[in-house]
Design a protein around this ligand. Structure first.
Ligand code: SAH
Ligand code: SF4
Length: 346
């Protein structure tokens, strides 16, 4: 399980080898990651076969692609049965990887498949970083048609609430930024709004982007969709977001999943516009991806356009996001595999 070791401790795994081997191994794991230990061409054969079984901290159980091979979902399985999902989305000028920070999620947002199936466990820093390394290796060695051969963005928008797994996520960020050499500005942590941890992240040395999953602009509606809002209401969240923005000088993104007849009316749009203006935040709208247990339905295109129009008329910048990978259950909020059961259904 090479990624489960601190990158600085790799030497300890290779005690009968010359010192420079640890640096070579570190390069293969973090700087030019490869899909197979066989590709670590400057390591002697004997060492490669000794390390072979422990390269990744998981097996690749399933690999699916859609959108003309420009969306790829991996289901990684750890030895204890935990499922880890990551989704790579390729575009002509960028490649975005969506990673998981927990197997499952304890926060139970009503419209999210991960939340509907509950919490399994936190992911280790190495399990988080290995998703990034795997995708880097895939892009370099196999690639996607017409897509750059390096990751341009990494978003913590897969399974789990990253800030509920703070210390491990922090260590994974350290490794991505300080060991892999990925620019902090190309990484975005998405949170449902864990106020104390937003403040902690604001005090970290890296200019990581922050996305806040708001979905409702008043406490009553938000608590009904996002139960943690009871503990961290919108006013507190706004204050923490403000602090983050001041500390990093980076615009916050507000995520808003559009649900028909729930949060897509003009009143919500106007209230959201006020919040976004105060925070100077950018708003991302995304139509709900239907999940097996949610009652909510996606907003119609007409409502999404009208909602975006209200925001823009209040001088808020808005992006309407496309839904990639819906047919392979790879879209935002659809990741939901539970141990031993790839479909996630009983
Ligand atoms: N726990 C974190 C990150 C993972 S969820 C968070 O909630 O921010 C990533 C994004 O997917 C969040 O913005 C979340 O609100 C959104 N999401 C969840 N379920 C969804 C669904 N069914 N359709 C569209 N987006 C969804
Ligand atoms: Fe957890 Fe985020 Fe899903 Fe809410 S939306 S249940 S916080 S993964």
């Amino acid at each position: 399980m090479l990624y489960l070791h601190e990158p600085e401790d790799l030497g300890g795994l290779l005690d009968d080898e010359p010192r420079f081997r640890a640096d070579q191994l570190g390069d293969w794991l973090y700087r030019t990651p490869v899909l197979s230990i066989e590709d670590m061409t400057n390591l002697p054969e004997a060492l490669r076969s000794k390390l072979a079984s422990g390269h990744w901290p998981f097996d690749v159980e399933m690999e699916q692609s859609s959108d003309q091979s420009r969306t790829r979902k991996w289901l990684f399985r750890s030895p204890d049965g935990a499922a880890i999902e990551a989704v790579l989305m390729g575009y002509p000028n960028r490649a975005t990887l969506c990673i998981s920070s927990q197997a499952g999620c304890a926060l139970g947002c009503t419209f999210c498949a991960t939340g509907q199936f509950g919490f399994e466990r936190h992911l280790e820093p190495g399990e988080i970083v290995a998703q990034v390394a795997y995708a880097q290796a895939f892009l370099r060695q196999i690639g996607m048609p017409g897509v750059p051969d390096r990751l341009s963005n990494i978003v913590f928008m897969g399974m789990g609430e990253p800030l509920a797994n703070y210390d491990r996520v922090r260590e994974s960020l350290r490794r991505m930024i300080e060991v892999m050499g990925i620019s902090a500005r190309s990484i975005t942590v998405s949170t449902v709004g864990m106020v104390p941890q937003i403040r902690r992240l604001a005090a970290e040395p890296w200019q990581v982007g922050l996305a806040i999953s708001l979905h409702a602009a008043d406490d009553e509606l938000r608590t009904s969709l996002v139960p943690i809002n009871k503990r961290y209401p919108i006013a507190d969240l706004e204050e923490a977001a403000q602090e983050y923005f001041r500390a990093k000088g980076r615009r916050i993104t507000i995520e808003w999943t559009m649900m028909d007849g729930v949060n897509d009316d003009d009143e919500q749009a106007r209230k959201l516009a006020a919040i976004a203006r105060r925070l100077q935040a950018h708003v991302n709208l995304i139509a709900l991806n239907p999940t097996p247990l949610s009652e909510e339905r996606p907003s119609t295109q007409l409502h999404i356009d009208e909602f975006a129009r209200v925001l823009r008329s209040s001088r808020v910048t808005v992006t309407v996001r496309d839904t990639r990978g819906q047919d392979i259950d790879a879209a935002c909020g659809q990741l939901r595999v539970i141990a031993g059961n790839p479909s996630g259904l009983g």
